[in-house]
Design a protein around this ligand. Structure first.
Ligand SMILES: [Zn+2]
Length: 92
């Protein structure tokens, strides 16, 4: 098989997987009744923004900035995670 064809096929599949993950709301901000960005843990406490690490920038670049991940930490369980939000806030 032609190596270039193989690479472009892999790239297409990769982009399709990214789009699929976005449609599945993978790592998207989670809301509950009280907070607009809450931790996936049982307590569902709000997440606070913390500085991005090099890995976070790397992930943003390798996902073609499709998600624009930001780094958050739970105020209760100290879990750190990456979340993305819609690029615009429609009604507000
Ligand atoms: Zn938590």
């Amino acid at each position: 098989m032609d190596i270039f064809l193989y690479i472009s096929l892999a790239l297409i599949i990769y982009v399709l997987v990214l789009i699929l993950l976005k449609n599945l709301n993978f790592w998207k901000k989670k809301e509950n009744k009280i907070y607009n960005n809450c931790c996936p843990c049982e307590l569902q406490k709000p997440l606070e923004r913390i500085r991005r690490k090099k890995l976070d920038y790397l992930i943003n670049y390798t996902t073609f900035q499709l998600f624009d991940f930001k780094r958050y930490r739970c105020t209760e369980c100290a879990l750190e995670c990456r979340r993305w939000d819609k690029p615009f806030r429609g009604k507000f």
